[in-house]
Ligand binder design. Structure first.
Ligand code: SAH
Length: 538
């Protein structure tokens, strides 16, 4: 399922969705809700609240030893999402004394966060609730799991959130508060009108939850603003304040509010599970807290850090050494051949002084796309390249002038590369895998659902494509390249490292700057194919 790979790394369901067939064989109450699909797989219909409830209760029992009861007319939590939030709170409070002490605002009938936090980590919880039915169930769920020493459920008035709950306890400093706020402002929003992109299919799962649970005046935005307001008075009584959000668009105004109020530490995250995505915001008045990076920054860092690379295996290196003119060692031989290829391609390259005898580095400046020429009859190659963005002047179909030659501003970058099969919401693969596991089937709880398509683009897709590609042969000379002015007009710059890893030689390309990383991907494939072709030819 699309979003499961982005689950929190410690989420037990990340690479291991629940085994419905096994659970059905062990739990008769769950078995009633498990059907066999046409393909012969055990599936659960997530549009049935009873089925969702049965799965939640079964997972809590099987994986956490918890026995809970929840009424159908109240929100039924899904376990993978709740775990993602618990793990993020662990990250936020990492390094603090144990056991930690937290507040769950609006604990629900299940009391799921306190039950999980207490069972998994021995955390103390103050759990608040406004709804009578939820309060009664939550109290019973704590008692029957013998967790009353760790979890205290309190009934609070609707009008305030943290202030009232903490009135009587003036001494204790809490490590965190967490909250899954009522998401919707009104019935229409709860039904999904206006909250979803109109092109999207309806939610794949039922929206369980009573009116007071899923709706609050002003929706989640106002609810969280009220928590922010309370936090401005309570300040250091809690080390971290946090809230889950059902809509991504709530993040920006809430962060803006925190900024306006001068809150020193703010961060956010995404919770990905099944086809559902949620967001969460956290803030602190403590200067010394460690702030986990938000996911977008993490992704960017990973992208800039992760080089493109390919390996020339030991046997191939031996062949290449015979062909290389200048070099003697394996690294030098490969580097010499790469330099020759780059010269042929008219890619500017400068040797970077070496610090390590087992590494050679070249600084590359590509001014023109000379690596995408090839005879049309090379079908395999054409097929591959069709999927890759090209520098516009080399595509043969574009009327853009070459930036290096014409001295004009660079044309807009080519469209982002997409990995096939990762973009469409509810594609057949999604549907087929729909009931593979709870983690793959997080009910929407009526909120926004999003797709994981951002990571679809990128290096991996291209390198995968390259593995089945016929090495490229230059059968027509590259178009004449004008003497480039490297400082002004270039497609991209990168650092190419050639290094020894055991007996293999690894070639890495680190992005520095330029129009589009896909151009570097293309060059990487070209270099790889050129070297490997030399090896296979012998
Ligand atoms: N934490 C549970 C329930 C979330 S639903 C879960 O994640 O599954 C939101 C809950 O907040 C509802 O149970 C609702 O009754 C409760 N609630 C609404 N306003 C509240 C308030 N002002 N203080 C405490 N709880 C509130």
């Amino acid at each position: 399922m699309a979003l499961n790979r982005s689950m929190h790394p410690r989420n037990r369901y990340k690479d291991k969705p629940p085994d419905f067939a096994y659970l059905a064989s062990k739990y008769p109450d769950f078995q009633k809700h498990v059907h066999t699909s046409l393909a012969g797989r055990a599936v659960v219909n997530f549009k049935e609240p009873e089925a969702v409830r049965a799965l939640t209760c079964t997972l809590l029992k099987e994986d956490f030893g918890l026995t809970i009861e929840i009424p159908l007319e109240r929100l039924i939590p899904t376990v993978p999402l709740r775990l993602n939030y618990i793990h993020w709170v662990e990250d936020l409070t990492d390094g603090q004394k144990q056991p930690r002490r937290g507040i769950d605002i609006g604990t629900g009938a299940s009391c799921i966060y306190p039950l999980l936090g207490a069972t998994m980590n021995g955390w103390y919880f103050l759990a608040t609730e406004v709804d009578d039915i939820c309060f009664d169930y939550a109290t019973r769920n704590v008692e029957q799991n013998k967790l009353s020493d760790l979890v205290k459920v309190v009934k609070v008035p609707q009008k305030t959130l943290l202030m009232d709950a903490l009135k009587e306890e003036t001494e204790i400093v809490y490590d965190f508060c967490m909250c899954n706020p009522p998401f919707f402002a009104n019935q229409l929003e709860a039904k999904g009108v206006n909250s979803r992109n109109s092109r999207r299919p309806p939610p794949s799962s039922v929206n369980t939850g009573g009116v007071t649970e899923i709706m609050a005046e002003g929706g989640e935005l106002e609810f969280v603003k009220r928590i922010i307001h309370d936090s401005l008075q309570l300040k250091k009584r809690l080390r971290w304040y946090s809230c889950m959000l059902g809509k991504k668009c709530s993040l920006t105004p809430l962060k803006e509010e925190l900024r306006k109020q001068g809150v020193p530490k703010v961060t956010h995250t995404e919770f990905c599970q099944g086809r559902t995505m949620r967001w969460a915001l956290a803030w602190s008045f403590y200067e010394d807290v460690v702030v986990p990076s938000p996911p977008s920054k993490k992704r960017k860092l990973e992208k800039t850090r992760k080089p493109l690379s390919f390996t020339v295996p030991e046997a191939g290196v031996k062949e290449l050494r015979d062909k290389a003119s200048g070099g003697s060692g394996p690294v030098d031989s490969v580097a010499a051949l790469l330099e020759k290829t780059l010269t042929d391609l008219k890619v500017l390259h400068k040797q970077v002084p070496r610090r390590n005898p087992e590494q050679r580095s070249l600084f590359l400046t590509a001014v023109e796309n000379t690596w995408i020429h090839g005879r049309p009859k090379r079908r395999e190659q054409t097929r591959q390249l069709r999927e890759l963005p090209r520098a516009p002047h080399c595509a043969g179909t574009s009327s853009h002038a070459a930036p290096a030659a014409a001295g004009t501003p660079p044309p807009p970058p080519p469209p982002a590369l997409k990995k096939p099969g990762t973009t469409s919401h509810g594609n057949s693969q999604d549907r087929n895998t729909e009931a593979k596991g709870a983690s793959a089937n997080e009910p929407s709880e009526g909120g926004e659902q999003t797709e994981a398509s951002e990571e679809a683009a990128g290096e991996d897709a291209v390198m995968e494509a390259s593995t089945c590609t016929e090495p490229q042969q230059k059968e027509e000379p590259p178009s004449p390249t004008p003497t480039p002015t490297p400082t002004q007009h270039f497609l991209f710059k990168c650092l190419l490292n050639v290094l020894l890893e055991e007996a293999d030689v690894v070639v890495e390309m680190h992005w520095v700057e330029g129009q589009n990383k896909d151009l570097m991907n293309q060059l990487c494939i070209y270099l790889k194919n050129t070297l490997l072709k030399l090896v296979t030819k012998t």
